[in-house]
Design a protein around this ligand. Structure first.
Ligand code: TXA
Ligand code: MG
Length: 521
């Protein structure tokens, strides 16, 4: 098919309208992103949209109108809340979902009994709709799964040869798709954040809920209120990782990764290849530039991209919503004090793996060493004395043997000691954390330090191997080594509560470690 590249002249707009009216497909600019328009009331025209985009047919389309009153025949009822939003905002980057009328074919509503309606602000968009004389179904004019197009050239990249025409109307002002709100639910619910923010909507109609999938990943058994949210979205070819960190930590982190790209803010001191998407405190600039930046990363052949985390307030909620999907929900959380919590039973070989991680640039904190230091702290000593008796401290130092005897045979005493020691140990470790940090902590779970770690790695090994290692290292008897192991969680527990397990039984550790680091960083 030959795709006509059209201008915004009156003549070309009439041409576009005629194509749509007669069942064809034309892409046109809106204030959000370019749309791929077809007659919303014509089933076969609508089906050709799905074909051109490669879009799953249960994902409904937004019906675009040129005048406020054009909504009336398309819906069962314009509810008072809908009318209030129309009066306050239309024309706007806002889509309202209501119960549909019989006019709307199933192909347009993806088989749902509701329909999404939007009156765009962009004058060319409205002129095209008007010229067509019909309501216009228009998804974003990208190949399904790719970032939405904010410039005509990206529409041409994706759609040339597949549709009848493309109107080149310059860059889109907003840059992220419209806010989608459903009024067909019990409480008005935001299904997709955009330039019309939750706060703006609430100022008009009161409480607006946020659908679960907006800020997080849809759980396995949850159904998407908006079918579009369950599909892979906005994803360039590159693997994107979203880095949650302050500016300086982000800069240090990416500048050590010269083989990757950064997707950062203007003014970030980034020395590796990078593309910016707006500036830190200007959410409108981020929205406007995000999709363009994602496409540019592909043009530059980026394989791995570290993106700086936007704020989530106001319009930045829309930016965050698109970016976590582009990143397939991969977030590197450097705001957590510990990048990796390394745990496992005695003799599994945590220390050795800690050393290997050190060679990858991690700062290692040995919680056993920190525990010994904490036990010399006068305030802690006093707390232990008041719990276990004054004689547990001799010459200002803890009688470890005596204490070990007491807690070994009495679970409640052990817990009492842990209640004193664990918070102090974790606080001291946290104080030592800097940059990429590994917390080597056999008692990570007992101390409830999971929450403070971005990822947790368990180290496991066969029992005989562990016993042999403990005997060689600590010079204790086999029986004592067995007793020590018996007092700890078993390997299955460590594995079940960790993100990754390294099996230290003579298998290649380098390969196991590299695979984990490649996944999480
Ligand atoms: O800004 C925009 O809205 C752009 C421009 C072209 O107007 N259009 C756009 O359309 O983003 P599209 O198809 O890419 O996204 C429509 C979203 C999808 O997530 C879809 O699942 C949801 O709206 N949607 C449409 N009708 C719905 C309905 N009846 N119920 C729930 N969600 C619906
Ligand atoms: Mg889309």
């Amino acid at each position: 098919m030959e795709t006509k590249i059209l201008s915004t002249s009156e003549e070309d707009i009439q041409t576009a309208g005629a194509i749509i009216r007669s069942g064809g497909l034309v892409a046109f600019p809106t204030e959000t992103v370019y749309g791929l328009g077809a007659n919303a009331l014509d089933e076969s025209a609508v089906r050709s949209i799905y074909a051109a985009k490669g879009r799953p047919s249960d994902n409904p389309l937004i019906v675009h109108i040129a005048e406020k009153d054009d909504i009336v025949p398309l819906v069962k009822e314009v509810t008072p809340q809908a009318q209030a939003l129309i009066d306050a905002f239309f024309p706007a980057p806002l889509t309202i979902i209501l119960k549909k009328s019989a006019l709307i074919p199933d192909a347009t509503s993806g088989g749902l009994d509701t329909v999404a309606i939007r009156m765009p602000q962009n004058e060319i968009a409205r002129a095209v709709i008007k010229a067509s004389g019909v309501p216009v179904a228009a998804p974003s004019a990208n190949t399904s799964g790719l970032p939405s197009p904010t410039k005509a050239k990206y529409v041409i990249d994706d759609m040339r040869g597949k549709i009848d025409g493309i109107i080149d109307g310059g860059d889109c002002a907003v840059g992220v798709e419209s806010t989608v709100i459903t009024l067909a639910a019990e409480t008005p619910t935001l299904l997709r954040p955009g330039a019309i923010t939750k706060e703006m909507l609430e100022a008009v109609i009161g409480e607006v809920k946020i659908a679960g999938a907006v800020l997080g990943e849809l759980g396995e058994n949850e159904t998407a209120a908006s079918p579009g949210m369950k599909y892979k979205h906005y994803a360039p070819k590159a693997k994107i990782l979203l880095v949650n960190a302050d500016k300086a930590t982000y800069e240090n982190f990416v500048n050590e990764r010269a083989d990757a790209f950064a997707l950062c803010f203007e003014g970030d001191a980034v020395t590796i290849p990078h593309i910016t998407y707006g500036s830190e405190n200007d959410d409108l600039s981020q929205a406007k530039e995000l999709f363009d930046a994602l496409r540019k990363l592909d043009e530059r052949g980026a394989k791995k991209v570290y993106a700086r985390m936007p704020h989530k307030d106001g319009v930045a909620m829309a930016v965050y919503n698109r970016l976590i999907r582009a990143a397939a929900f991969n977030i590197i959380d450097l705001e957590k004090p510990f990048t990796i919590g390394l745990t496992g039973g005695s003799g599994a070989g945590k220390g050795h793996i800690g050393k290997m991680l050190q060679e990858h640039g991690f700062h290692i904190i040995d919680s056993d060493r920190v525990a010994r230091e904490v036990a010399e702290n006068p305030a802690i000593l006093a707390a232990i004395q008041s719990q276990f008796g004054a004689e547990i401290v001799k010459d200002g130092t803890l009688d470890r043997k005596a204490l070990a005897q007491i807690i070994f045979s009495d679970e409640s005493k052990k817990e009492a000691l842990n209640r004193i020691m664990h918070p102090a140990i974790i606080a001291a470790c946290e104080h030592e954390a800097q940059g990429l940090t590994v917390l080597d902590a056999p008692q990570l779970f007992e101390a409830h330090a999971e929450e403070k770690c971005y990822k947790i790695i368990a180290v496991t090994a066969p029992k005989e191997l562990r016993i042999a290692r403990i005997i060689a290292r600590d010079g204790i008897s086999e029986k004592q080594a067995e007793a020590r192991i018996g007092a700890q969680f078993d390997d299955a527990y460590y594995t079940a509560h960790s993100d990754f397990t390294i099996v230290n039984d003579g298998r290649d550790l380098t390969e196991q470690i590299n695979r984990i680091l490649d996944t999480i960083l």
